[in-house]
Design a protein around this ligand. Structure first.
Ligand code: GDP
Length: 298
């Protein structure tokens, strides 16, 4: 019924808020970026899938962002047995008793590589080891041409009535999902109302290198640049209320001939109440456009 595209921490906060306010949290499906995945000592690590699962289970370390200790061994054994990442995620979700459906974007390997003056860096090398300090001049997704979105993810796009692009890093969290062959077309053809939430407030990211990455790729670090990345499918862009003055520039960044509506909301999610508030506001934005998804009474 409701499908969210997301990366790690920023997206997971909204996903948790939505799950908390829905009358039926199992009506929510989350498609998660896996281009940050990496192998360490032979182990497969999916930071964004972990973050979403742990946030939904109420286990995530709020500051650290991803990972709790010692829990994915069984899943790793499953991957070694040749199971799909989708199945492994399903098992983890069951073990953590999470109601929303969590889907890796693909079962195939896609790896974000960042070009910097210091050379090409694997995403985790850039992000974790080097602290996201290198200027980024290009971002590539290795393996993308051969990768396919998982059938479950495509289904979740096709069957949704409301699609939300979470406030995640548009360059390295959302773009890999959109770039999977067939995914952007499925979004463009979907009958769902398609809404994206700004990851920028007053020209800044709440956390992480979104501004630096947009600039490094020659884009403005502003909501209209985010809209441009989603313009082939987007119906509504939710701007932060502090940036109301940007409404015109954002509306103008949509595709020619395709009306883009702009709404404003307090998009900052400093705590659980903030997550739920934004979730309710988004569901009200959908309701005002004829897409009614039942919410819990406040
Ligand atoms: P990562 O994979 O852990 O970096 O997480 P994401 O890609 O999901 O999220 C990073 C993006 O989320 C950054 O651009 C942040 O500005 C944005 N973000 C994080 N928290 C919030 C928030 O509370 N509100 C809004 N609007 N954006 C946020």
């Amino acid at each position: 019924m409701l499908t969210v595209l997301c990366g790690g921490v920023g997206g997971a906060k909204l996903v948790a808020g939505i799950a908390a306010v829905l009358a039926d949290p199992s009506a929510l499906t989350v498609i998660v970026n896996t281009a940050d995945d990496w192998q360490h000592l032979g182990l497969h690590i999916s930071p964004d899938v972990d973050t979403v699962l742990y946030t939904l289970a109420g286990l995530a370390g709020r500051e650290r962002g991803w990972g709790i200790e010692g829990d994915t061994w069984a899943a790793l054994e499953m991957l070694r047995e040749g199971r799909r990442l989708t199945e492994v995620t399903h098992r983890l979700r069951e073990a953590l008793r999470i109601a929303p459906v969590v889907l890796p974007m693909s079962d195939d390997r896609v790896a974000t590589v960042v070009r910097t003056p210091a050379g090409r860096l694997a995403f985790q090398e850039y992000f974790v080891l080097r602290g996201a300090r290198d200027p980024v001049t290009a971002v590539e997704f290795e393996g993308l041409e051969r990768a396919r979105p998982s059938p479950e993810a495509v289904d979740a796009v096709r069957s949704a009535r409301l699609l939300i692009v979470a406030p995640s890093n548009p360059v390295v969290s959302i773009r890999p999902i959109l770039a999977l062959p067939g995914m952007e077309a499925a979004l463009a053809q979907s009958a769902a109302l398609r809404v994206a939430v700004t990851p920028l407030i007053r020209g800044e990211a709440v956390k992480g290198p979104t501004v630096e990455m947009l600039r490094g790729l020659g884009m403005d670090a502003a909501p209209h640049a985010v809209v441009a990345l989603y313009r082939t499918f987007l119906d509504v862009f939710v701007l932060d209320a502090r940036d109301r003055a940007l409404t015109g520039s954002v509306a103008g960044a949509g595709s020619p001939g395709r009306a883009l509506e702009v709404e404003c909301a307090d998009t900052l999610m400093p705590d659980d109440a903030g997550r739920r508030r934004l979730a309710r506001d988004l569901l009200a934005i959908a309701r005002a456009r004829g897409v009614e998804i039942p919410v819990r009474p406040e």
